[in-house]
Design a binder for this molecule. Structure first.
Ligand code: AMP
Length: 289
């Protein structure tokens, strides 16, 4: 693959091994990608979105911890028929596997730090390769890239069409992380936080109703070990230091769509679809919910 050889020759940084770039490269390149479903390819006017030609969309979700990347990425993945790939989920899967990486990762994650670029790219490559073997194409990435180096490696190996940057004020992010609950049985995500902040000094208020579990999950709720106040504050600090520059990286390339969440899912989801010119998919909106 000529492009791969070119990129390996050109690549100067020692941060990530040649093998890890190569494996990501082979995972995202595919000779014959299926065509975009007609309903999606009609949306040529997606803001900042490149014409994706004859392949499925390749989108990225950016945003601070707790902003709701997983919620909206997963809904869009249902709507567009592409896999939602969250690197945080890949890390947690590895953590629960008691494999050789597990202890090392637990220490990093529970301190709110970032896993090394090399490890994260290896986990992502494995996930993309497994997906490709099952016939998946396109993706919505959630939580990747989180460093400039990761963004550069991704850019070296494939085209990202659109980057959606979800934004929410920091005090709400903290409350949302502390209120997050997961059903240990079905994996469902819920939130017990009730957010109701009045608007002041010209800033709009924000209301987010709790997302409560059904009775069948209520007694099985667990909290992520990195959702403590101390660790969330560190994750927000790390985001501002390491990941905010990634927003600028994509802004400079004209690919960033900034989206200020106006409230909870009922208020935000229709507005996000509108921003993406996908709001005429009425029947699909309910299917994705
Ligand atoms: P998340 O579920 O996205 O909040 O991710 C949970 C944790 O996994 C993060 O706090 C990091 O320790 C690690 N992680 C996830 N994605 C990445 C990434 N792209 N780069 C480095 N570390 C990551």
């Amino acid at each position: 693959m000529a492009a791969l050889n070119r990129l390996l020759r050109a690549r100067g940084s020692p941060l990530c091994s040649e093998t890890c770039v190569r494996s990501l490269c082979s995972a995202v390149f595919s000779e014959s990608q299926p065509r975009v479903p007609p309903s999606i390819s009609r949306h040529k006017s997606l803001p900042l979105c490149r014409d994706v030609g004859d392949r499925n969309v390749q989108w990225v979700f950016l945003g601070c911890p707790g902003v709701g990347k997983g919620t909206y990425a997963s809904r869009l993945s249902n709507l567009l028929g592409v896999p939602h790939i969250a690197t945080g989920d890949l890390v947690r899967e590895e953590l629960s596997s008691s494999g050789p990486l597990s202890r090392q990762l637990a220490e990093i994650v529970n301190q709110g730090k970032l896993v090394s670029d090399e490890i994260i790219i290896r986990l992502l490559s494995q996930r993309l390769e497994a997906g490709e073997a099952k016939g998946e194409s396109g993706f919505i990435l959630d939580g990747f890239p989180r460093t400039i180096r990761q963004a550069e490696i991704l850019e070296e190996v494939t085209d990202i069409d659109l980057v959606i940057n979800l934004r929410l004020r920091e005090d709400v992010l903290l409350e949302k992380c502390l209120g997050r609950r997961i059903c240990s049985q079905c994996g469902g995500n819920f939130n017990v936080a009730s957010i109701n902040i009045k608007g002041e000094n010209g800033n709009p208020g924000i209301y987010m109703a709790p997302l409560l579990p059904p009775p069948s999950c209520a007694s099985k709720l667990i909290t992520r070990s990195d959702d403590t106040e101390e660790v969330v504050k560190e994750r927000l600090r790390v985001y501002n230091e390491m990941s905010q520059p990634v927003e600028k990286f994509y802004r400079n390339r004209g690919k960033l769509l900034e989206f200020d969440l106006p409230g909870g899912i009922p208020e935000s989801w229709p507005k996000l679809l509108q921003a993406l010119n996908l709001d005429d998919h009425d029947e699909k909106q309910s299917a994705a919910a």
